[in-house]
Each structure stands twice: as structure tokens, then as C-alpha cells.
Ligand binder design. Sequence first.
Ligand code: NAP
Ligand code: MN
Length: 266
Amino acid sequence: MKRTIIINSNSLDLSIKTRDVLTEKLICAGFNVSYNFDSAADLIISIGGDGSFLKTVHDFDFPEIPILGINTGHLGFFTDVYPNFIDKFIYDYKKGNFILQDIPLVQATICTKGSCIDMFAVNDVVIKGDKSRTIHLNLNVNNKDIQNFSGDGLLISTPTGSTAYNYAAGGSIVDPSLKLMQLTPLHPINTNAYRCFTSSIIFPHDALIGILPEYRFEDSLLIVVDGVEHRFERITSISITTSDVFVKLVRLDNYEFWSRVSEKFL
Ligand code: NAP
Ligand code: MN
């Protein structure tokens, strides 16, 4: 039986061209190709940048099928192949010259008066105000109060997301072999009116981070999940922990995290 590979591309010209070339080459190499989700497929290929990779993961609802990224985008932390190396990739893939990297997800449970919903993120979950006013959040871990936060918001990142928004907000880059969650304050206020922690806090992966909003001026909050905004009215509580679901990322033999960090932005 022929093995099926799903291709999900963004709409850039180069991505569409790459998709067409890749389709032809995969068919020549004996694979079936689908542009739609197929639960029997062996591999998903996302064509674009990191944003497209994240969109593929969310659109396909955190699939069990491994995902490979082909970079036609900007940065490409998740992507391991460039369009001009497709032949080499197909050769390596058929030979099994690749590893699967388990990517942990953070899970945020958002409760309003009537109900709770679960959201999952590869990179990060950000809690911020709907308008530009200061927000006030009570922070606890495993039901022990830490401190009230006042400022723009709180960002909780996975080790994978540590190089994204977290890094821009002054958080630390995390080696992917570590199991943890990093909570980074966004513009915390430190005055005689409001006191709050100014650096990131590192929690073990299985900690239960609790956030209780205090509504002083606004009663709606934005929950930004991997860069996508969700607006909520009157959240009563937010609980965040590491999910037991993983996404499997295809890494080629030459992948090494710290070389990628130094080549991409240090
Ligand atoms: P975007 O606004 O286009 O992303 C901003 C940049 O982050 C892009 O260059 C993207 O790479 C890069 N990126 C994404 N995930 C990364 C990772 N794990 N490590 C290093 N860089 C990464 O939006 P997007 O492409 O949909 O990505 C969503 C992410 O953007 C969010 O999860 C958040 O972390 C990040 N973000 C960052 C800021 C900030 O730095 N101030 C603000 C908002 C959101 P590509 O160019 O390859 O897409
Ligand atoms: Mn992007």
C-alpha cells in the first residue's frame, strides 16, 4: 500500500511553487499526496515559516502524525528543510535518516461564570488586557498565592516557545531537553502603588499555575494562544499546566538546538 503524505502550505508564491514541485517528487518517489487532513497519513509537511507551522498544528488539531516544516518564511525555528533541498529530504525520509522530537504543549483552562474551555499552545499563552489599560492578576502556584501582578500581562511559554515572544519580553532561552514552564511578566509595574516581580519565574512542567483576574477598569481579557487572539468577558479563573499531549516534529540528522539559536539570532 502507498504511504500518504499531507502537504499544508501557506499562500505565498514560493510556498505554492514548492508545494507543486514537492507533490511531483513525492509521487515519483512512490507516495500518495493529500492537501487535506487524512488520519491514515504517515507525515504532514507544512510549507511556510514558523507561523505556518503553528497554524498547521492548530488547524489539524494537534495531530499524532509527525510534522515536518519546509521554510519559505522568515525565521524558521520549526522548519528543517529549504525548498532547494527537497531531493535530499525525500532520500533521507525514505532511509529513515531523521528523528522525531516531542514538542510539549501548555494547556490553559479558561473558566467564565458558566463554563470552562481548554486551549493548547506550542509556544505560548499570553493573558493581556482587551484595551490598553493596566491589568491586575492574582498569581498562585499549586494553590499557593505568589503575588498580584499589575502591568500589561503575563506570558507563559513552553521550552519551545522560549525563543519567541518570551525572549523578546526578556525571558530566558531554554534548552529543549528541560521540562518546565516559564512565566514572564509583560511590563510589570513597580511603584509604591503596585509591586510585582520583574523577572521570569520558572516552574516545573507539572505545576498548576493559577491566575485570577481582578477587574478594576475592564472586564474583558485577551487570551493569545500561539499568536491568535481570543477575547473573553468576565473570566473567573485561568489554570495553566503542561499537557500530556505532544506534537511530533521531524528533525533531520543535522539539527542541533544551540547551533540553530546561534545561527538564527545570537
Ligand atoms: P509573527 O508575529 O509573524 O511571529 C513573530 C516572529 O516569531 C516570526 O519571525 C516567527 O517566525 C517567530 N517565531 C514563531 N515561533 C518561534 C519560536 N518558537 N522560536 C523563535 N521564533 C519564533 O506570528 P507567527 O509567525 O504566527 O508566530 C506566533 C508567535 O509569535 C507567538 O507564539 C509569539 O511567540 C510570537 N510573537 C512575538 C512577539 C514579539 O516578539 N514581540 C509578539 C507577538 C507574538 P517566522 O518568521 O518563521 O514565522
Ligand atoms: Mn510569522
